[in-house]
Ligand binder design. Sequence first.
Ligand SMILES: [Zn+2]
Length: 151
Amino acid sequence: MTETTPTTRSAHATLACQFCGKLNQVDVTRHAQGPKCAECGKPFLLDRPVKVLEENFDRTVLGAEVPVLVDFYADWCGPCKMMAPALDEIAHERAGELLVAKVDTDRSPAISQRYGIRGIPFFGLFNGGKMVKNAVGAVGKKGLLAMLDGA
Ligand SMILES: [Zn+2]
């Protein structure tokens, strides 16, 4: 019966291992099978937000074969903290079809500059290497879902 399920489509993303930093090519549609880092053997947790650094942003976010919701945040930003649970939930609910990434704007200022981001929290939806939509401020989970689903 597994033959009849529509699981033949694969979608890859280049992700840095959150444990050792090694870049891996991961099939995100196989998140349920528990993909592991080729270097250290630790798991890729695709059902939660992944932290992306400046040096990996282009490969991870722009190069992904699934849409990527990027949360631009900073540790001192209260509204960003308020939004964190919504991002966790979306990462969990959309695992396999969407990646949720977090960019620390203090650590990766060049990315914010490139996209002209002046206020955070800022949420960008990337698809095919481009930012296709965005939302600014503590828009809540509703606001994020509206952006994702094109409402
Ligand atoms: Zn690793």
